[in-house]
Write a protein that binds this ligand. Structure first.
Ligand code: NAD
Length: 495
């Protein structure tokens, strides 16, 4: 049985605990290998290696660091199919989406490599004569990355690539559900020639290895993507330690369909954004807010579209919906569906596990649609993270926007309409970090800022140039070439 170990200071090594747990293929229950369960002792070693490596790395000119990222991009491209197959085996998304995910990592490698020649600071006029003022970016130091299983390589790329090009060193703990693709990504960094100690992989559980990273005084920043419950816990502890955090958390994303929408396009987009990755994308649509005048027509079309969807192993190119990640998640989805029924929502389709799919040992859930959902019902407010959609009827744009904003999350929203006035009001008033017009809630591109408002995040953005702000400090620099004492704010008018 293959073992997935830690990578510390350029060496693949056993965890200090000697413990491993199985990695399960969610499509059929097969054991894919055993993953290391690390402790604080492994985190200590990883931090020491990162510190040593970062001392030198920060002095390497950014364009030279970027050369390495271009090589990472090339290797990702060469290994795209193999990586995609690994993602599908390990977390279940259909192969076409897995390929798209690897493409996102490739794009990010090229984009962030470009930053090696930009990484702009600013020059400003000084208040004083014979004085020059500018700001430059400097690395934070040691970055701890804690990532989820649903985009195991894309999210790791969104964080590791900007962190490295800006001169930091990393300790990375991926989700224990997706250690195999994590190892494959680190092997690509290794093959690209990344100096040892710059990326350290610590496999293991959140409460043990992850919590040890948050506690560690040698880690300057925690870059986290995952659930709100865990993100809040990390932020509380990191806040007490005055450690910077960048948190990307849950969503309760909605697609608004107005009475003048292209209905067939809306249906296609709802199916893609609602049931792609089995509803396990942070930007997945889980609410459809629809104008009462077209509600019945939309429902009929959605039910017909859902009937065409094929559940199965994501490796099969004909599969539309793969499994969910594990048994606990399957049970959580089922619990939410029961709550929906108890609170009075009307089930249009689905609502149960699909036990007969595959060999019967996978974790499949039927694509599920509720209608007549009230905005205050539990299923309309909490993140389910599975293939479950709630349809909410509204009478006009104002109420649609109000319902959209009436949740604690603020990641992504979308509107289908052909009225330009409605479009611009939606852009202004939808309270989410990402807004789509005539497209579903998914489909982010790596050169735009990615993240959410309210409880989805804490004000930072992954991807785009905004990602550089996460991994750098601003340094203000004043160069006085007067050879006299020039006192700021005092000597301004005297010379
Ligand atoms: P999770 O919160 O259970 O786990 C995320 C990571 O945190 C894992 O590596 C886990 O091991 C670690 N962890 C768990 N407990 C910890 C602790 N006490 N201390 C430190 N680390 C700990 O999330 P998940 O189930 O892996 O992912 C699904 C969640 O991620 C959903 O809520 C989804 O919305 C969110 N997500 C958000 C984005 C975004 O960009 N906003 C993107 C993808 C996923």
């Amino acid at each position: 049985m293959q073992k997935f170990m830690n990578y510390i200071d350029g060496k693949w090594q056993e965890p200090s605990t000697g413990r491993y747990i199985p990695v399960i293929n969610p499509a059929n229950g097969a054991v894919l290998g055993m993953v290391a369960q690390s402790s604080s002792a492994d985190v200590d070693q990883a931090v020491a290696a990162a510190r040593k490596a970062q001392k030198e790395w920060r002095l390497v000119p950014a364009p030279e660091r970027a050369e390495l990222l271009f090589t990472v991009g090339r290797l990702l491209k060469e290994n795209k199919e193999r990586l995609a197959q690994t993602i599908t085996s390990e977390m279940g998304k259909v192969i076409e989406e897995a390929r798209g995910e690897v493409q996102e990592a490739i794009d990010m490698a090229h984009y962030m490599a470009g930053e090696g020649r930009r990484m702009f600071g600013e020059t400003m006029p000084s208040e004083l004569r014979n004085k020059f003022a500018m700001s430059i970016r400097v690395p934070i130091g040691i970055v701890g990355l804690i990532t989820p299983w649903n985009f195991p390589i894309a999210i790791a790329s969104w964080k590791s690539l900007p962190a490295l090009v800006t001169g930091n060193a990393l300790v990375w703990k991926p989700s224990p559900d997706t250690p195999i693709v994590a190892e494959a990504f680190v092997r690509i960094y290794e093959k690209a020639g990344l100096p040892k100690g710059l990326i350290n992989l610590v496999q293991g559980s959140g409460p043990e290895a992850g919590a040890a990273m948050v506690e560690h005084p040698g880690i300057d920043l925690i870059g986290f993507t995952g659930s709100n419950a865990v993100g809040k816990k990390i932020n509380e502890r990191a806040g007490a330690l005055l450690k910077r955090t960048s948190l990307e958390m849950g969503g309760k994303n909605a697609i608004i369909v107005m009475d003048d929408a292209n209905l067939d396009l809306a249906v296609e987009s709802i199916i893609w954004s609602g049931f792609g990755t089995s509803g396990q994308r942070c930007t997945a649509a889980s609410r459809v807010i629809v104008h009462e005048a077209i509600k019945q027509r939309l429902e009929d079309k959605l039910i017909a579209a859902v009937r065409q969807l094929k559940l199965g192993d994501g490796h099969d190119e004909a599969t539309d919906i793969g499994p969910v990640i594990n048994k606990a998640v399957l049970e959580k989805i089922n619990k939410y569906v029961r709550v929906g029924i108890d609170e009075g929502a009307r089930l249009l389709c689905g609502g149960k596990t699909a036990e007969k799919v595959g060999n019967g040992k996978g974790f499949y859930y039927e694509p599920t649609i509720f209608t007549d959902v009230m905005p205050d019902m539990t299923i309309a407010k909490e993140e389910i993270f599975g293939p479950v959609l709630s349809i909410i009827g509204v009478k006009d744009l104002e109420s649609a926007i109000e319902v959209n904003n009436n949740v604690s999350f603020g990641l992504s929203s979308s509107i289908f309409t052909s009225d330009v006035n409605r479009v611009f009001r939606a852009i202004r008033d939808l309270d989410t970090g990402i807004v789509y017009i005539n497209a579903g809630t998914t489909g982010a591109e790596i050169h735009l800022p990615f993240g959410g408002t309210k409880e989805t995040g804490n004000g930072h953005r992954d991807s785009g140039v905004a990602a550089l702000d996460v991994y750098t400090e601003w340094r203000a620099v004043y160069v006085d070439f007067s050879n006299t004492l020039q006192r700021a704010q005092i000597d301004t008018n005297t010379k």
